[in-house]
Design a protein around this ligand. Structure first.
Ligand SMILES: Nc1nc2c(ncn2[C@@H]2O[C@H](COP(=O)(O)OP(=O)(O)OP(=O)(O)O)[C@@H](O)[C@H]2O)c(=O)[nH]1
Ligand SMILES: [Mg+2]
Length: 305
């Protein structure tokens, strides 16, 4: 007699790991993205992983500050803020099994989509191993993760800053080894830097032919002696061909929607049953058919002068 195959129903869980340098807009994005995803009907929760988070506008479903805070570590061990943050990351890693994962499993009873508001110190993602280990454990737990790397768009305003941004973004992508979306945040303020932008915005977002960037670096007198180094960095970024940016104005629903389309492709949410199964929604996500000029006009608030 034919046996009915055992059908295993799975409820996949998804996570956005919001990383990026201090002040790049991670906490603000989490707040607005939380409201936005709620509106879309997703069962979303925000997890605060920043032990020095002071300006949370959202109510976290899990808060690492209940486990440890940078302030306490500084006081108890007489460490500076950076050392304390490293300590906190290692402490969280050490308490994954007995604190964090049990909390997360409890939270997963009501949520299947998590926004992780991560600390801003870039060394945690470029040199240190604790955050990468925490993310790897989340993956092992069955989470479909994507790192969303927010970088303040004012870094486009000078070629030197943009070169370091490219190197930082590439380093983070390679070290985290996860699906990754780079974002130029605060795009609504780009008009302010417009006079300083040496190229069209798509040059920065699509990371086009970097020889032009090298030429403009040559125009900066203090940069002349670093020509070979800059050349090597640009050539490496080009060879990997991995870095590109999306624009974000965290306070604009249209901008959040465009970013969601990219993120859903990256972490596979578009293939989930439910919200995104409508073929037209899938197609819109997959094709992302939007002219570059339209995309930019949308994200940069035309009323900011
Ligand atoms: N104009 C504009 N300002 C923004 C945007 N996103 C964030 N900001 C502002 O940028 C500042 C820093 O934002 P946060 O969300 O605290 O940045 P963060 O990355 O969480 O900072 P740390 O946790 O300290 O690393 C705040 O004053 C925000 O109001 C944006 O899309 N547009
Ligand atoms: Mg923050």
């Amino acid at each position: 007699m034919l046996q009915t195959p055992a059908v295993k129903f799975v409820n996949p869980r998804y996570g956005q790991l919001i990383i990026g340098p201090p002040g790049s807009g991670k906490t603000t994005y989490c707040h607005h993205a939380y409201n936005f995803y709620k509106e879309l009907g997703r069962e979303v929760g925000v997890v605060n992983l920043d032990p020095a988070n002071e300006n949370m506008e959202y109510k976290p479903i899990i808060d690492v500050m209940q486990l440890i805070t940078v302030e306490d570590v500084m006081e108890q061990y007489h460490l500076g803020p950076n050392g304390s943050l490293m300590y906190c990351a290692e402490f969280l890693e050490a308490h994954l099994e007995d604190w964090f994962l049990p909390e997360l499993r409890k939270a997963a009873a009501t949520c299947n989509y998590f926004l992780f508001d991560c600390p801003g110190q870039v060394e945690l993602y470029t040199h240190h191993t604790a955050m990468a280990a925490i993310f790897a454990r989340l993956q092992k737990e069955g989470y479909h993760l994507v790192t969303v790397n927010l970088i303040d768009s004012h870094y486009c305003s000078e070629p030197t800053k943009f070169v370091s941004t490219l190197l930082l973004a590439l380093n983070m992508m390679l070290r985290m080894g996860l699906p990754h979306v780079n974002v130029l945040s605060k795009a609504d303020l780009l008009r302010k830097h417009e006079s300083k932008l040496q190229f069209n915005l798509d040059y920065y977002t699509d990371v086009l032919d970097l020889k032009y960037l090298l030429e403009s670096l040559d125009d900066t007198p203090t940069m002349k002696k670093y020509r070979k180094l800059n050349e090597a960095i640009c050539s490496m970024v080009e060879d990997y061909a991995l870095v590109s940016f999306q624009l974000l104005n965290a306070r604009s629903t249209a901008s959040l929607l465009r970013l969601r389309n990219h993120i859903d492709k990256a972490n596979g949410y578009i293939y989930k049953a439910g919200e995104e199964t409508a073929v037209n929604a899938l197609m819109a996500c997959a094709v992302g058919a939007e002219a570059e000029s339209m995309r930019q006009a949308h994200d940069i608030d035309p009323y900011v002068t």
